[in-house]
Ligand binder design. Structure first.
Ligand code: ATP
Ligand code: MG
Length: 414
């Protein structure tokens, strides 16, 4: 992608009305545009990052047998009345049509996925089963002030599993928990495993929380085994469920995932039953498992940045290489840069190419630091004189001269 033609623009000044680090950097670097509190457009850079995050999650959901579906954001009121959540869920967005019909904008999808199971799950032979989607959710959040970390419109991956027995539900719950740990490691934000209150529907649940100073949650982490507890269920007397110790540290964190055993709560509301081996009808047991890709994008920025800008982990960086041509109108420089650009593209390397002829070197470096692509390749008359390019690592700041004939192998199998 050539920067001279790119739809995203960096800005010299930070947005004034947003205090959170992720909103400030992501807007300034041209990844997102804030439309109103809690609602963002994703520009080309930001959309690339979001898709990378979602694809990592997708790969891991497929690996544990999840079948991807897509359910509607616009949902029938009756389904929400059937569970009582039309009236009880404070964050539910309700819309009224010109014919006075009412609908919900999906904040979550138990009210859709459970009746969807009716007629598709009928026998013990159909179970276990897991379906998931990656989709836009809507919640009328009281406060949307942490940039991408708390949206009124945001992205969620929600997986739902269906089982015959509590043992099988508990087995799959562990499978998902392990998958989540893997996902957050791949995303560059290792997460704490946190015991949490199950809320209205489940006796208990677990959250995945990333320690970060701007997180909205407070958790207590066992100093011995790292199992954590959410503040809402923590007491001074509590001993660690895992190791029995009573030695905790308090920390701020952001919830990036949440897993629940719903058991039969929703299957009872929608009469989702199966015929067991002995011929009897039984309610299907369910689990639900959420991850917030857009919040994750915010958390990654909170955790991976410096004064100059974002430092993307390789796994989610919008591009692998930021190629910068310095000395703009110098024909030899642009010729070399164009050539390397097309060679890298041909080798399947994702490149953002700063081909702008009017921008100064200082401006290009400042923009590059702000955007935060892990590897920077600089071509200038100086590097051409040495038959090399300059390579700079965004995170460490390390630079080196790499001979032109070796630069391709550096990235083509990255
Ligand atoms: P929170 O406690 O932060 O309000 P939640 O417990 O209501 O979140 P879930 O319903 O379990 O969240 O949703 C699954 C995941 O979706 C969360 O773990 C989080 O990563 C993400 N998420 C939830 N609400 C938001 C939001 N308003 N903006 C962005 N992401 C969100
Ligand atoms: Mg929560």
């Amino acid at each position: 992608m050539k920067q001279s033609q790119y739809f995203s623009r960096t800005s010299k000044t930070a947005p004034k009305d947003d205090v959170s680090v992720n909103a400030r950097l992501l807007e300034q670097a041209g990844f997102v545009h804030k439309e109103m509190a809690g609602v963002y457009s994703y520009l080309p850079l930001g959309w690339r990052v979001l898709q990378k995050i979602e694809n990592i999650i997708r790969e891991e959901m497929n690996a544990i047998g999840g079948q991807e579906i897509l359910m509607p954001a616009m949902q029938p009121k009756e389904n929400w009345q059937a569970t009582g959540r039309w009236d009880s869920l404070d964050v539910l967005f309700k819309i009224k049509s010109q014919h006075d019909n009412e609908y919900a904008l999906g904040p979550t999808h138990e009210e859709i996925v459970t009746p969807l199971g009716v007629g598709r799950i009928s026998s013990y032979r159909d179970l276990p089963l897991a379906v998931y989607q990656i989709q836009t959710k809507f919640r009328d959040e009281a406060r949307a002030k942490s940039g991408l970390m708390r949206g009124r419109e945001f992205r969620m991956k929600d997986l739902y599993s269906f089982h015959t027995t509590e043992e099988d539900l508990a087995r799959y719950y562990k499978v998902v928990a392990e998958s989540y740990t893997k996902i957050f490691n791949r995303l560059g934000i290792p997460a704490l495993y946190v015991e949490a209150d199950g809320g209205t529907f489940a006796k208990y649940s677990h959250e995945f929380q990333v320690e970060t100073p701007n997180g909205e949650d407070v958790v207590y982490v066992c100093n011995k085994c790292q199992l954590a507890v959410n503040k809402e269920i923590f007491s001074d007397e509590k001993t660690c469920t895992d190791c029995g110790e009573k030695d905790y540290r308090e920390t701020k964190a952001s919830e990036v995932g949440n897993i629940f055993e719903l058991k039969t709560k929703f299957s009872e509301s929608f009469k989702l039953t199966y015929t067991d081996e002995d011929g009897s009808q039984k309610p299907v047991l369910m689990g639900c498992y959420g991850i917030g890709p857009s919040r994750i994008m915010g958390v990654i920025v909170e955790e991976h940045h410096d004064e100059a800008g974002i430092i993307w982990p390789e796994s989610v960086s919008p591009f692998a290489v930021h190629l910068i041509a310095l000395g703009g109108k110098d024909a030899e420089v642009s010729e070399q840069a164009e050539k390397l650009y097309s060679n890298l593209l041909a080798a399947g390397v994702e490149v953002l190419y700063d081909d702008r002829t009017e921008a100064s070197a200082g401006q290009k470096f400042a923009d590059s630091d702000l955007i935060g692509i892990p590897n920077r390749v600089i071509i200038s008359s100086k590097t051409i004189a040495e038959n090399s390019v300059e390579l700079k690592n965004r995170a460490s700041g390390d630079t080196s001269l790499v001979p032109l004939n070796q630069i391709m192998e550096k990235f083509s199998n990255a």
